[in-house]
Design a binder for this molecule. Structure first.
Ligand SMILES: [Zn+2]
Length: 90
């Protein structure tokens, strides 16, 4: 039998009467989660996952070099691509 390091094994936490569980401090530290942060809760099969919502480009999902266009995050290279296309169209 192996000790099963890594995937599969998690920390056990009890759910309280309001359905809350405590995320271990060590995990919060790794992800930089602090009080008041929002987390995305997802259900996949019988697994509930918590993730830090990431802002990514509306078009290509890149998390880098984002700027806002019409209140949506768009990365620099998509902004450049849209601009180039606009110029071609005329
Ligand atoms: Zn993009």
């Amino acid at each position: 039998m192996t000790a099963g390091s890594g995937s599969g094994r998690g920390v056990r936490r009890k759910v309280d009467d309001l359905g809350r569980i405590v995320i271990p401090a060590s995990m919060r530290r790794v992800l930089g989660i602090i009080e008041g942060d929002e987390l995305e809760v997802r259900l996949a099969g019988d697994t509930v996952s918590l993730a830090k919502p990431r802002t990514t480009c509306t078009f290509c999902d890149s998390p880098d070099d984002l700027s806002e266009v019409l209140n949506r995050p768009v990365c620099w290279s998509c902004v450049a691509a849209v601009r180039a296309r606009g110029r071609e169209g005329r």
